[in-house]
Design a protein. Structure first.
Length: 189
C-alpha cells in the first residue's frame, strides 16, 4: 500500500517537473521512482528510470556531481538484484570514484564503500569485502559516527577475522566496536 502511494505521488511530481521543465527535479523524481519500482521487483522499469536520471544528472550537473554518484550507487545495487554482477561492480566502483572526488568530508563515500563491501561479501570475495568494509568504517567514523551501519559493518568484519583465526585484527576491530558503543552511550547520558 505504501509503495502504491509513493508511486502515485512520485508520478505526479514527475509530471509537474516535466511540465515546468525543471530537469534536476525530474532526475531526482525519476531516481526515487526507480527505487520504488526496485522495491516492487519491477527491475526493468527501475533500471530504465535510474538510467534516465543518471543521463539527466550527467548532462546538467556533470559526470562527477554528487547526485550522479548517488543514482549510480542505486543503479549498481539494482544490477546486483538483477544478477548483472559485472555491471553492478563497475557502476558501484564508478559511484565510489565520484564520491571520493568530492573530498574527505563527503558522507556518501562511506555508503558506497559499504555497498561495495556488501557486494563482495555476498559474492564470496572476502578479501575485497574486507578492504571496502574497513575503509567504510573509517569513513563512517569520520563523517557519520552515529550511523548504525558502523556496528553492522564491524560485526561482519569481526566474523571474518574470527573464522580465519586472525585474532590480532579481530582484537583491533573489537576494541573499535567497544569504544564506538561506549562513545555512543556517553552521548545518550
Amino acid at each position: 500500500h505504501q509503495l502504491a502511494a509513493a508511486e502515485k505521488w512520485l508520478n505526479q511530481a514527475l509530471s509537474e517537473a516535466k511540465k515546468r521543465h525543471i530537469e534536476v527535479e525530474r532526475a531526482r523524481t525519476l531516481s526515487n521512482l526507480g527505487l520504488v519500482y526496485r522495491d516492487k521487483k519491477n527491475y526493468a522499469k527501475a533500471e530504465e528510470l535510474l538510467k534516465e536520471a543518471v543521463t539527466i544528472n550527467e548532462k546538467l550537473l556533470g559526470k562527477y556531481a554528487v547526485c550522479t554518484g548517488v543514482v549510480l550507487d542505486n543503479l549498481g545495487e539494482l544490477y546486483e538484484d538483477e544478477g548483472k554482477l559485472d555491471q553492478a561492480e563497475l557502476v558501484l566502483k564508478r559511484a565510489l570514484e565520484i564520491a571520493e572526488s568530492h573530498g574527505a568530508d563527503n558522507p556518501h563515500t562511506a555508503v558506497v564503500l559499504n555497498n561495495l563491501g556488501a557486494f563482495y561479501h555476498a559474492h564470496e570475495k572476502p578479501e575485497n569485502a574486507e578492504r571496502y568494509f574497513l575503509r567504510a568504517i573509517t569513513e563512517y567514523n569520520k563523517n557519520r559516527p552515529d550511523d548504525p551501519q558502523v556496528v553492522q559493518i564491524m560485526e561482519v568484519v569481526l566474523t571474518r577475522y574470527k573464522e580465519s583465526h586472525r585474532y590480532p585484527e579481530f582484537r583491533k576491530v573489537f576494541m573499535q566496536l567497544i569504544n564506538h558503543k561506549l562513545g555512543n552511550d556517553k552521548d545518550r547520558l
